[in-house]
Design a protein around this ligand. Structure first.
Ligand code: NAG
Ligand code: NAG
Ligand code: NAG
Ligand code: NAG
Length: 458
């Protein structure tokens, strides 16, 4: 995406599994942390700057990226940085932001390089392109591109599959879905994807501080933005179809809920997910993306448009958004906890309670597709459903709107209340519950949020 179209650089063998990919880059925190040199091109006030073309560097900047999220420039100005999953990183220092995807070619990640990154001042006035180079070379091969997911054990949506899930555990109930009957496994993979994920590239939730333990005591036992004194602040459930655009749906769902909360439900926008799929350079269309870069960075830099400006088609294409449409801006985007790796249950609850729903990612195993109701807990290896190679687990992006806890008689399990984007016929009217406080399927590892900039109603 950064320097060449993604389809142009993948081999055929890789292509087959690329349906649920972001970019193939696979860079860890340690790969990125260290000393960087940024070569920055000429700047101007044009935010549609095209950084995929070569440019001549006119300024050089040296930066230290340190643990856990400290960025220090050559003049000793202190700022922040965050890794963005395994895909790239953003730095904010001395009033400027720098974001770029890590460079890759075929199956090789060049984690010490960023080509065609975007830099602009924090107010978005002055834009430039940059290339980044780390002091040490970090070249890695993506080694595990096998395709075992969804292929081992009973077939998705079969009687066998549903029966073995329901027999193996009592947390939740599985069922067959008629809407899945005509889909092949590639479609299902796409639907539950947006990325290939490696279990160890996710950070563990940050440990609770004493202060956070105190905060936990002050939070209600259950909370749901759909039921606040009889009023819902969550927009209707949508259906992403067979495009890996879950990240766009979760991002727009967060944006919609937060506008409703900010305006006490006097504004009820539905934002265009197709605009994200077709027009955002910060994500990969039907191949995936991240709420941090979409509800966050894209919404701050370019703004969101309403659904009618580019209705959902569920496929990639060139940007068709009506150019005269008003744009809705967001700001203050961040990972919950401040950076990737800083998240935990209490910080998520606090964010939801005080600011609104948050976008999260988690790993979809094939048992999840069959979810009907109850508290989802991954069924595990022992029933032969999920003997997966953890390297090929996909990630799905959804919106957490609240939390609850079962009664002691029902087992007392704590859970998150989550809005999915597979239509209202799936799960509990389009929603599901998933175990809370145990980082079930990684759901407490990469939560993100942003804040709407108030816009007067027309
Ligand atoms: C901004 O840059 C884009 C792409 O580089 C170009 O097409 C457009 O004309 C520029 N707009 C202005 C106002 O200079
Ligand atoms: C870079 O600078 C050289 C020498 O001044 C010039 O010939 C070339 O066209 C420039 N390239 C770009 C992409 O601006
Ligand atoms: C991604 O990186 C992690 C950590 O370095 C590694 O364990 C994993 O195998 C890599 N994934 C792929 C697909 O190469
Ligand atoms: C918010 O809207 C409700 C109606 O849904 C109304 O009763 C309440 O007074 C409003 N609150 C404010 C602060 O306007």
């Amino acid at each position: 995406m950064v320097t060449m179209p993604w389809t142009a650089v993948v081999s055929l063998a890789f292509m087959v599994y690329s349906v649920s990919a972001d970019t193939p880059a696979n860079c860890t925190y340690e790969d990125i942390r260290g000393t960087w040199i940024f070569e920055v091109g000429a700047s101007n006030n044009n935010r549609t700057i095209d950084c995929s073309k070569p440019f001549n560097a006119s300024k050089i900047l040296t930066l230290q990226l340190k643990y856990p999220d400290i960025a220090i420039d050559f003049f000793n100005n202190n700022g922040y940085w965050s890794l963005i999953y395994n895909q790239g990183f953003e730095v904010i220092v001395a009033g400027r932001k720098y974001f770029g995807f890590s460079y890759y070619k075929g199956k090789t990640s060049f984690c010490h390089q960023v080509f065609g990154g975007w830099s602009h001042d924090v107010l978005g006035h002055d834009w430039a392109c940059f290339n980044g180079k780390k002091s040490e070379t970090v070249v890695k091969q993506n080694n595990l591109l096998t395709d075992k997911i969804f292929r081992i054990g009973p077939k998705v949506n079969s009687e066998d599959m549903v029966a073995s899930i329901n027999k193996a555990q009592k947390f939740w109930t599985a069922k067959r879905y008629s809407q899945f009957e005509n889909l092949d496994e590639e479609d299902l993979l796409k639907m539950s994807g947006g990325r290939r994920s490696q279990i160890f590239s996710r950070p563990k939730p940050a440990p609770l501080t004493t202060e956070q333990k105190r905060v936990r005591e002050s939070l209600p036992e259950s909370f749901d933005w759909r039921y606040i004194n009889g009023v819902s602040f969550v927009s209707p459930v949508r259906d992403q179809g067979g495009c890996g655009s879950c990240y766009a749906f979760a991002s727009m769902a967060m944006a919609e809920a937060r506008v409703k909360i900010q305006t006490n439900n006097t504004q009820n926008p539905v934002f265009s997910t197709q605009d994200i799929v077709e027009c955002s350079h910060y994500s990969q269309g039907c191949d995936g993306g991240f709420p941090y870069l979409v509800a966050g960075k894209y919404a701050e830099d370019y703004g969101l448009v309403l659904e009618k400006c580019n209705p959902y088609k569920g496929k990639d294409g060139k940007c068709q958004t009506q150019q005269n449409c008003e744009r809705h801006y967001f700001t203050g985007y961040s990972y919950i906890g401040g950076f990737y790796g800083g998240c935990n249950e209490v910080l998520m609850q606090q964010a939801i309670y005080s600011r609104g729903p948050i976008a999260v990612s988690f790993m979809v195993y094939k048992d999840f597709l069959q979810y009907k109701n109850g508290v989802y807990v991954h069924t595990g290896d022992d029933i032969g459903v999920n003997r997966f190679d953890p390297f090929v687990i996909t990630n799905h992006v959804v919106l957490v709107v609240g939390w609850g806890q079962l009664s002691p008689e029902e087992g007392g399990t704590k859970y998150w209340v989550v809005k999915n984007s597979w239509g209202t016929n799936w799960g509990i009217d389009g929603y599901f519950w998933i175990r809370r406080g145990t980082d079930e399927c990684g759901i407490e590892s990469i939560a993100a949020e942003s804040t709407p900039i108030f816009k007067y109603a027309k």
